[in-house]
Ligand binder design. Structure first.
Ligand code: G
Ligand code: G
Ligand code: MN
Ligand code: NA
Length: 251
């Protein structure tokens, strides 16, 4: 309970901050997207989301925190667009936000308020969200799709969703979980990554590899027809200023 109160205070005191991890086209070395990742800049230091997101979910605080994330990410996306860097920005959505019944309206009102073109917003959901809310998800994702927003499945391959979901839901992209990239090539011959890439191709979905850290992994992915990556090899999650510097240094 104490930590819940601290999270509430953190929101009121504006202690949350978004970092942005670049997504890179490995052929052209251009930035083609970024993922917004929350951190808590607490009085005792920077706290990663793994340490507080589940607590925020238990206490429903994820709802106002999630709204703050969406608004802040869209504002930054708009700022980049006005600097002539029209780069899509991906935001993680929590299960509770999907159950809240207002997620379509929320996203629409934030896009209107920030004037961010819908095609510059991507929403990341997990397989777990799709499974637990099949009916709601179908209509929610269709509305997003019709608005022109991109939808990606995060941590793909780690959940237990059925393959039919790839057809059923209006999904645009799958993100290969970093656990399937990690050991390539020494400890893992990349079979799962290859299968996911092939799956994406068959369903006409975009695919991105997470957790890319080495040149050998890049070679493997390019050889197997996956050309987009997110990972420490290119950049760790960066604050706004560092992200803008990163983009400038690419040019
Ligand atoms: O940045 P880091 O690797 O510590 O992020 C860990 C996980 O925390 C991410 O994989 C993501 O699923 C989750 N996460 C990060 N930012 C957000 C956010 O804004 N909202 C939600 N719901 N989850 C987030
Ligand atoms: O949403 P998701 O859980 O996929 O969030 C991505 C998380 O993965 C972020 O917390 C980020 O810090 C972390 N991450 C990003 N790139 C790498 C990487 O190359 N290696 C490792 N170990 N972690 C990464
Ligand atoms: Mn993610
Ligand atoms: Na992930």
């Amino acid at each position: 309970y104490e930590i819940q109160q601290k999270l509430r205070n953190a929101l009121n005191n504006n202690e949350f901050v978004l970092y942005y991890q670049p997504q890179i086209d490995m052929i052209t070395n251009e930035i083609v997207g970024m993922e917004a990742l929350i951190r808590w800049n607490s009085p005792t230091g920077m706290i990663p989301p793994g340490n507080f997101i589940s607590i925020a979910e238990e206490s429903n605080l994820i709802i106002p925190i999630g709204e703050w994330v969406l608004l802040t990410a869209c504002q930054f996306g708009k700022k980049l667009e006005s600097l002539n860097y029209a780069i899509p920005i991906a935001v993680n959505l929590s299960m509770l936000q999907f159950k809240s019944n207002y997620i379509n309206e929320l996203v629409e009102s934030i896009l209107t308020k920030t004037d961010l073109p819908p095609k510059l917003l991507e929403l990341e959901i997990t397989e777990g969200i799709l499974m637990a809310n099949e009916k709601e998800c179908e209509s929610i994702l269709t509305v997003f799709h019709n608005m022109g927003i991109q939808i990606s499945i995060d941590d793909f391959g780690t959940g237990y969703s059925s393959l039919s979901y790839l057809k059923k839901f209006a999904v645009d992209k799958i993100k290969i979980d970093r656990s399937f990239i990690k050991g390539i090539p020494q400890f893992d011959n990349g079979t799962i990554a290859k299968v996911i890439i092939e799956l994406a191709r068959n369903f006409n979905l975009k695919v991105i590899a997470e957790g890319v850290e080495t040149e050998a992994q890049i070679d493997f992915l390019l050889k197997n027809n996956c050309s987009t990556a997110q990972g420490f090899y290119y950049a760790k999650p960066l604050n706004e200023e560092a992200l803008i510097d990163f983009i400038k240094n690419l040019k």
